[in-house]
Design a protein around this ligand. Sequence first.
Ligand SMILES: [Zn+2]
Length: 650
Amino acid sequence: MTTPFVSGVDVRPYLLERVEDAAVVQLYADGFEELPLDQKTLIYHLYEAAIAGRDIYYDQRYAHNLQMRDVLEEILTHPDGIDEATLDQIRRYTKLFWINTGPHNNLTARKFILKCSRDDFAAAVKIAADQGGVFPLRDGETLDGMLERLMPLFFHLDVDPIVTNKTPGPGKDILQASANNLYSAVTMTDLHGFEERYGLNSRLVKQDGRLREQVYRIDGKYDRYIRRIVEHLSAAIPHATPAMAKALRALVRFYETGETADRIAYDVAWVQDRDSPVDTINGFVEVYMDPRGMKGSWEALVYYVNPHKTKDIRRLADAAQWFEDRMPWADQYKKQGVHGISANAIDVVIETGDSGPVTPVGINLPNDQNIRERYGSKSVSLSNVNEAYERSTSPEFRREFAWTAEEAERAEKWSSVASELTTNMHEVIGHGSGKISERLQGNPQTVLKEQYSALEESRADLVALYFLPDPKLVELGLVGAEDHKEIVQAEYEAYARNALVQLRRVREGTQIEEDHMRNRQMIVGWLMANSSAIEVRHREGKTYYAVVDVTAFQEAVGRLLADVQRIKAEGDYEAARQLFEKYGVHFDPALRDEIVARVDRLHMPSYTGFVQPRLQAVRDMLGNVTDVRISYPLDLTTQMLEYSGRIRTP
Ligand SMILES: [Zn+2]
């Protein structure tokens, strides 16, 4: 896609479809086309490595996953003659199956089932087989035999009901109660006195009364997939920077041996590569699926630094002293020699396994605490994922809480730009700013105690809100002069609305506990009590927070910020406590109930599965990559069937 923007507004499809409480959203990687060929080629090989390992996670998550997927995909690719209603149910179930990598919901860990009759399902399988569908039959097994064997997996809620069960109830075993495939016939009791050598990268199996570790490595468990991953990683190495090439070689070595010392060498090499424009995460990383929190789930991500967004971050960081000199607080709290904090904004090209189609929005690795302490960690924010989330938010959701149609339109048009800009300002010129009293010896936390986090988050938010209308942002090229006013208004309105909308997340009780929520509640509450910027309005039994005076909003933010900085700098615990007690912690449960009812009526999705960009290599007669093309499938089914090789990429 060459011209995705029409007069500055992105009109491409983001939300592709809804499948029950899941949203399906297209992810775009806009900067890819501008990358030099060498980086595109590097990304291409890493992308292939990401797809090559995809089925490892399917198998880790549930021992029957790959067979179940085969059955479903064979039906979907041989649909002629299958009853339309049955086919609809199978399609719906299969989409959920793909998004969640199997029949267990990724949020609740609980099983979901196919909602057609068993007879209709059996008929569909037979029709697909007649059309040439190839089903996963065991030696000597008939189609009926296979159906009998697999039916309970598709239709029975009590067969393998929970993928990860950390609290199965008294007397029950967490490994036995969990349906994942990280253990086979093992109980926690079996593990007493057992010395586990490959904690992160093995499956534990009990056979003939003996425990064995099946190590994930070449010539070990998942050999077939790991060999292909290693092939693609090896093809990538010549295109990588020296630091990244070192990390990739260490990763290949770890896949070959599976030894912990090699994993450590890889983690260290990866975290030390800080400047490469392209990076990947590929391996057994997060341990949430294991009820013991030990075994790594396989995942892969491939991404490049978003040069434009990272440039914005750097420009702000370079101007940090300019902002510091103009902070609305007393001179004794102004710092000299300020350096803005630098973080990388990245765009994801592909995420598979444990990180796709459902993806995180920020990542900080490695997990190994010893390595973090000695070598630090790498932190990335997934820019294009955040943007896709923002863009796919339904307009009704904004309309529901906006006082006027103009406000809803502004939100629609600017919320993505405005929230990214304020997030960057929050991180880069917010948290790093200000000087505290020497008395506190650089440690305000010890005196501000449980109030500290919410106070510090408020300070960073207020810095962003305070400088958002400043012409300096236009001078730095972060916003266009002609759009500036509208962006400021859109952000202030969104900030006020959020204080209402966030109440949906506290469905029990009448207190806010989470620090970011407290901070936002406090700021809006304080502004309503101490300025004329926001008015509480009612219409047809619904409550709205309407921003009526942008100038008063900024002026009041400045006053509050001066005080919040003083409280931090002097460690004034009592003032902090009163500020949050009065404005940030307590809320009216009747108002919360009203918000919950409004949100539920709109049927908001609980989670999102992403359709990833598609890469295709153009090769010369010798097989060398001469170009890499990016395109967007705009369809989950197409992408999933391409990944499993059932349909050809056009
Ligand atoms: Zn923060």
